[in-house]
Ligand binder design. Sequence first.
Ligand code: SAH
Length: 213
Amino acid sequence: MINFDVEREKMVRRQLKGRDITNQKVLNAMQAVPREKFVKDGMEDRAYHDSALPIGADQTISQPYVVALTIQALDPGEEDVILDIGTGSGYAAAVAAEIANSVMSVERIESLYNFAKSNLEEAGITNVQLRHGDGSRGWPEHAPYDGIMVAAASSDVPESLKDQLKENGKLVIPVGSGLMGQQLRRYTKHEDGSFTQDNIAGVRFVPLVSGKD
Ligand code: SAH
């Protein structure tokens, strides 16, 4: 029998603290969320590996470090409402929801929308709302958001996501086309509607695809 609590503690120590994850809220959230409930049945023994894992429909649950890096860049407050694009397994949404007030998450592939729904239920997480749809359009009904995180790469940042961000809000998104050479970038919105941007790290995400399956 695997002791998942021990595995999770090791993951936080080696993969996160051992690198550049210093935000205590993020470390606590990564320590709290049971990643073994967000991988496919039969892959639980790999849940705390330092890698992405297949979740079906040619998609992956992101590497723990990349999830931590993204949410550290977003730095959600406890009252914040966060928009998450590319639900996948629901894991990143669950980690953000551990810190923020709530997370609205959009996934374009129906089988993954259902996968995430059951994973979140099994993990007992109730402050994530899911939607099956094209996330490049955001989720206007709940806008504006304090923060937006995107788990799929795009060469241009979708305007609707920028529009759905509050003043002083942050958008964290992998920018670039192709599987090589994307930058995880943070855009901060100013009161006059302009943005400043900073690069967080070089990353590799699947592309943001328009439309839904
Ligand atoms: N955050 C996820 C990572 C999933 S990988 C996790 O923690 O497991 C990225 C996901 O983005 C895939 O599931 C893919 O189907 C989805 N995706 C790609 N383009 C999208 C779009 N336009 N709208 C919504 N989801 C999209």
